[in-house]
Design a protein around this ligand. Structure first.
Ligand code: RB5
Length: 144
């Protein structure tokens, strides 16, 4: 399991925690930036992580911005990406089980390390359930 991790400046500090969590739990990962807390534009990192996952270089992505909203919207513009902006461990589990989400996003201004620890545990403990959920995912296509 190879994980691509990115953020914007608002997620920069929390990204450090995520990277250390992945290291502690034995995941193979890459920090795709940014590498300082200077102001950046979240689409640049949402796209970068999204493309890395869509191309198959990485299995999953993790993204953070202030709310998780902008960076997940950007990642979802990459074909094949299902980025879920989650706010608690149940959302993280359901994003994997029902939506086969391949990118986890959350808001760094609304989650502390304790809540992110639980979100990550739940995300990685959960598997896609397939069946009717696969049929629904197959219907998620650009339509106009
Ligand atoms: C940056 O101030 C903020 O707009 C960004 O981190 C994010 O919350 C956007 O969705």
């Amino acid at each position: 399991m190879k994980i691509a991790v990115g953020s914007d400046h608002a997620g920069f500090e929390l990204k450090k925690f995520v990277l250390s969590w992945l290291e502690r739990h034995g995941y193979d990962f890459e920090d795709m930036g940014p590498y300082s807390a200077d102001s950046v534009d979240y689409p640049d990192y949402g796209h970068k992580v999204g493309v890395a996952v869509a191309k198959g270089t990485f299995d999953q992505g993790i993204l953070m911005c202030g709310t998780g909203i902008g960076i997940s919207i950007a990642a979802n513009k990459v074909r094949g990406i299902r980025a879920a902006n989650v706010c608690n461990p149940d959302y993280a589990a359901l994003a994997r089980q029902h939506n086969n989400a391949n990118v986890l996003a959350f808001g760094a201004r609304f989650n502390d390390e304790e809540s992110v620890d639980k979100i990550l545990e739940s995300w990685f403990a959960s598997e896609f359930e397939g069946g009717r959920h696969q049929r629904r995912i197959d219907k998620i296509e650009p339509c106009c």
